[in-house]
Design a protein around this ligand. Structure first.
Ligand SMILES: Nc1ncnc2c1ncn2[C@@H]1O[C@H](COP(=O)(O)OP(=O)(O)OP(=O)(O)O)[C@@H](O)[C@H]1O
Length: 197
Protein backbone atom coordinates (compact mmCIF):
# COMPACT_ATOMS: atom_id res chain seq x y z
CA UNK A 1 0.00 0.00 0.00
CA UNK A 2 1.07 3.57 -0.71
CA UNK A 3 2.90 5.29 2.15
CA UNK A 4 1.56 8.79 2.85
CA UNK A 5 3.72 9.68 5.85
CA UNK A 6 7.15 8.31 6.63
CA UNK A 7 8.82 9.22 9.90
CA UNK A 8 12.29 7.81 10.35
CA UNK A 9 14.70 8.07 13.25
CA UNK A 10 13.15 11.27 14.54
CA UNK A 11 14.92 12.98 17.43
CA UNK A 12 13.76 16.17 19.08
CA UNK A 13 15.11 18.06 22.06
CA UNK A 14 13.54 20.87 24.06
CA UNK A 15 16.78 22.42 25.32
CA UNK A 16 18.60 19.52 26.91
CA UNK A 17 15.41 17.44 27.31
CA UNK A 18 15.35 14.58 24.80
CA UNK A 19 11.63 14.43 24.03
CA UNK A 20 11.53 12.20 20.93
CA UNK A 21 13.99 9.34 20.85
CA UNK A 22 14.62 7.77 17.46
CA UNK A 23 10.92 7.54 16.57
CA UNK A 24 10.06 5.74 13.32
CA UNK A 25 6.68 4.82 11.85
CA UNK A 26 4.76 5.12 8.63
CA UNK A 27 1.17 5.78 7.68
CA UNK A 28 -0.44 4.05 4.70
CA UNK A 29 -2.93 5.58 2.30
CA UNK A 30 -6.51 5.24 3.46
CA UNK A 31 -5.89 4.11 7.01
CA UNK A 32 -6.58 5.68 10.38
CA UNK A 33 -3.29 5.54 12.26
CA UNK A 34 -3.43 6.06 16.01
CA UNK A 35 -0.62 7.58 18.04
CA UNK A 36 -1.31 6.45 21.56
CA UNK A 37 0.45 7.53 24.74
CA UNK A 38 0.06 8.99 28.20
CA UNK A 39 0.15 12.74 28.84
CA UNK A 40 3.61 14.00 28.02
CA UNK A 41 4.64 10.96 25.95
CA UNK A 42 5.44 13.12 22.92
CA UNK A 43 2.34 12.76 20.72
CA UNK A 44 1.78 16.48 20.08
CA UNK A 45 5.49 17.02 19.51
CA UNK A 46 5.54 14.19 16.93
CA UNK A 47 2.49 15.60 15.15
CA UNK A 48 3.91 19.13 15.13
CA UNK A 49 7.11 17.82 13.53
CA UNK A 50 5.02 16.10 10.82
CA UNK A 51 2.93 19.25 10.36
CA UNK A 52 6.06 21.34 9.89
CA UNK A 53 5.36 23.55 12.92
CA UNK A 54 8.38 22.31 14.84
CA UNK A 55 11.97 21.83 13.82
CA UNK A 56 13.45 18.49 14.80
CA UNK A 57 17.06 17.76 15.56
CA UNK A 58 17.68 14.68 13.46
CA UNK A 59 15.84 12.12 11.38
CA UNK A 60 13.63 12.48 8.36
CA UNK A 61 9.92 13.06 7.68
CA UNK A 62 8.21 12.86 4.33
CA UNK A 63 4.54 13.51 3.61
CA UNK A 64 2.56 13.18 0.39
CA UNK A 65 -0.32 15.35 -0.73
CA UNK A 66 -2.40 18.08 0.85
CA UNK A 67 -2.51 18.04 4.65
CA UNK A 68 -5.19 19.42 6.95
CA UNK A 69 -4.59 19.86 10.66
CA UNK A 70 -6.70 20.12 13.76
CA UNK A 71 -4.61 21.30 16.68
CA UNK A 72 -5.25 20.41 20.30
CA UNK A 73 -6.25 23.93 21.27
CA UNK A 74 -7.64 26.14 18.58
CA UNK A 75 -9.54 29.36 18.92
CA UNK A 76 -11.30 32.04 16.90
CA UNK A 77 -12.35 35.58 17.83
CA UNK A 78 -15.31 35.55 20.25
CA UNK A 79 -17.74 37.52 18.10
CA UNK A 80 -17.12 35.90 14.72
CA UNK A 81 -20.17 34.04 13.41
CA UNK A 82 -19.81 30.46 12.22
CA UNK A 83 -20.96 31.50 8.73
CA UNK A 84 -18.38 34.32 8.67
CA UNK A 85 -15.56 32.03 9.73
CA UNK A 86 -16.49 29.54 7.00
CA UNK A 87 -16.70 32.26 4.34
CA UNK A 88 -13.38 33.74 5.46
CA UNK A 89 -11.59 30.39 5.30
CA UNK A 90 -13.12 29.38 1.97
CA UNK A 91 -12.04 32.69 0.41
CA UNK A 92 -8.60 32.33 1.90
CA UNK A 93 -8.28 28.78 0.52
CA UNK A 94 -9.97 29.78 -2.76
CA UNK A 95 -12.56 26.99 -2.64
CA UNK A 96 -16.33 26.97 -2.45
CA UNK A 97 -18.05 25.68 0.66
CA UNK A 98 -19.27 22.09 0.50
CA UNK A 99 -22.86 21.80 1.70
CA UNK A 100 -22.29 18.08 2.24
CA UNK A 101 -19.37 18.78 4.59
CA UNK A 102 -21.37 21.29 6.64
CA UNK A 103 -24.28 18.90 6.81
CA UNK A 104 -22.22 15.89 7.83
CA UNK A 105 -20.61 17.90 10.64
CA UNK A 106 -23.93 19.35 11.80
CA UNK A 107 -22.67 22.88 11.13
CA UNK A 108 -25.77 23.89 9.18
CA UNK A 109 -27.70 24.37 12.42
CA UNK A 110 -25.21 26.71 14.06
CA UNK A 111 -24.36 28.99 11.13
CA UNK A 112 -25.69 32.17 12.76
CA UNK A 113 -24.13 31.58 16.18
CA UNK A 114 -21.11 33.49 17.40
CA UNK A 115 -17.98 31.52 18.26
CA UNK A 116 -18.34 32.39 21.96
CA UNK A 117 -21.83 30.88 21.98
CA UNK A 118 -20.69 27.42 20.81
CA UNK A 119 -20.26 24.39 23.04
CA UNK A 120 -16.92 22.57 23.12
CA UNK A 121 -18.25 19.93 20.72
CA UNK A 122 -19.61 22.56 18.33
CA UNK A 123 -16.27 24.38 18.37
CA UNK A 124 -14.49 21.10 17.59
CA UNK A 125 -16.79 20.43 14.67
CA UNK A 126 -16.35 23.96 13.35
CA UNK A 127 -12.56 23.68 13.52
CA UNK A 128 -12.77 20.32 11.77
CA UNK A 129 -14.93 21.88 9.04
CA UNK A 130 -12.40 24.71 8.65
CA UNK A 131 -9.56 22.19 8.40
CA UNK A 132 -11.48 20.23 5.77
CA UNK A 133 -12.53 23.20 3.63
CA UNK A 134 -9.88 22.45 1.05
CA UNK A 135 -10.29 18.72 0.68
CA UNK A 136 -7.16 17.12 2.12
CA UNK A 137 -5.89 13.61 1.51
CA UNK A 138 -4.23 13.60 4.94
CA UNK A 139 -5.88 14.79 8.13
CA UNK A 140 -4.00 15.15 11.43
CA UNK A 141 -6.11 15.22 14.57
CA UNK A 142 -4.62 15.91 18.01
CA UNK A 143 -6.91 14.57 20.75
CA UNK A 144 -10.03 15.32 18.68
CA UNK A 145 -12.53 14.18 21.30
CA UNK A 146 -10.93 15.68 24.43
CA UNK A 147 -13.57 17.46 26.48
CA UNK A 148 -16.53 16.00 24.60
CA UNK A 149 -19.38 14.06 26.20
CA UNK A 150 -20.15 10.49 25.13
CA UNK A 151 -22.64 11.50 22.43
CA UNK A 152 -20.23 14.11 21.06
CA UNK A 153 -17.42 11.58 20.99
CA UNK A 154 -19.46 8.99 19.15
CA UNK A 155 -20.69 11.56 16.64
CA UNK A 156 -17.13 12.68 15.97
CA UNK A 157 -16.02 9.04 15.62
CA UNK A 158 -18.70 8.58 12.94
CA UNK A 159 -17.47 11.71 11.16
CA UNK A 160 -13.89 10.42 11.24
CA UNK A 161 -15.01 7.06 9.78
CA UNK A 162 -16.98 8.86 7.06
CA UNK A 163 -13.90 10.89 6.14
CA UNK A 164 -11.92 7.68 5.88
CA UNK A 165 -14.57 6.22 3.54
CA UNK A 166 -14.18 9.35 1.41
CA UNK A 167 -10.52 8.45 1.00
CA UNK A 168 -8.87 10.67 3.61
CA UNK A 169 -5.88 9.19 5.45
CA UNK A 170 -6.00 10.12 9.13
CA UNK A 171 -3.45 10.33 11.94
CA UNK A 172 -4.99 10.63 15.34
CA UNK A 173 -3.29 11.25 18.67
CA UNK A 174 -5.08 10.07 21.77
CA UNK A 175 -4.42 8.81 25.26
CA UNK A 176 -7.63 6.79 25.16
CA UNK A 177 -7.01 3.14 24.31
CA UNK A 178 -10.69 2.41 23.61
CA UNK A 179 -10.96 5.34 21.19
CA UNK A 180 -7.90 4.23 19.29
CA UNK A 181 -9.07 0.60 19.33
CA UNK A 182 -12.45 1.44 17.85
CA UNK A 183 -11.17 3.84 15.16
CA UNK A 184 -7.70 2.86 14.07
CA UNK A 185 -6.37 0.12 11.80
CA UNK A 186 -2.79 0.48 13.04
CA UNK A 187 -1.30 2.16 16.06
CA UNK A 188 2.00 3.32 17.48
CA UNK A 189 2.46 3.55 21.22
CA UNK A 190 4.71 6.30 22.53
CA UNK A 191 6.20 6.05 26.00
CA UNK A 192 8.51 8.77 27.28
CA UNK A 193 9.40 9.73 23.72
CA UNK A 194 10.07 6.22 22.48
CA UNK A 195 7.89 4.21 20.15
CA UNK A 196 7.53 1.06 22.22
CA UNK A 197 5.01 -0.75 20.01
N1 LIG B 1 7.84 23.92 24.29
C1 LIG B 1 8.26 23.02 25.18
N2 LIG B 1 9.36 23.22 25.92
C2 LIG B 1 9.82 22.30 26.79
N3 LIG B 1 9.22 21.10 27.02
C3 LIG B 1 8.12 20.85 26.31
C4 LIG B 1 7.57 21.78 25.36
N4 LIG B 1 6.47 21.21 24.81
C5 LIG B 1 6.33 20.01 25.39
N5 LIG B 1 7.31 19.77 26.30
C6 LIG B 1 7.51 18.55 27.08
O1 LIG B 1 7.70 17.49 26.16
C7 LIG B 1 7.03 16.31 26.58
C8 LIG B 1 6.09 15.84 25.48
O2 LIG B 1 5.05 16.78 25.31
P1 LIG B 1 3.88 16.56 24.25
O3 LIG B 1 2.99 17.73 24.32
O4 LIG B 1 4.46 16.20 22.93
O5 LIG B 1 3.18 15.27 24.86
P2 LIG B 1 1.78 14.60 24.53
O6 LIG B 1 2.01 13.14 24.42
O7 LIG B 1 1.15 15.27 23.37
O8 LIG B 1 0.96 14.93 25.86
P3 LIG B 1 -0.59 15.30 26.09
O9 LIG B 1 -1.35 14.01 25.97
O10 LIG B 1 -0.57 15.83 27.50
O11 LIG B 1 -0.96 16.33 25.07
C9 LIG B 1 6.35 16.67 27.89
O12 LIG B 1 7.16 16.22 28.94
C10 LIG B 1 6.28 18.18 27.87
O13 LIG B 1 6.34 18.69 29.17
Amino acid sequence: MNTIVEVSHLNKYYGSYHVLKDVSFNVKAGEIFGLLGMNGAGKTTSLECIEGFLKYDSGHISTKGHMAIQLQNESLPAYIKVSEALTLFSKWKKVSLSHRLLQSLGIIFIMSKQYQQLSTGQKRRLHLALALIKQPNLLILDEPTAGLDVAGRLALHDTIRTLQKQGVTIILASHDMSEVESLCQRIGILKEGQLVF
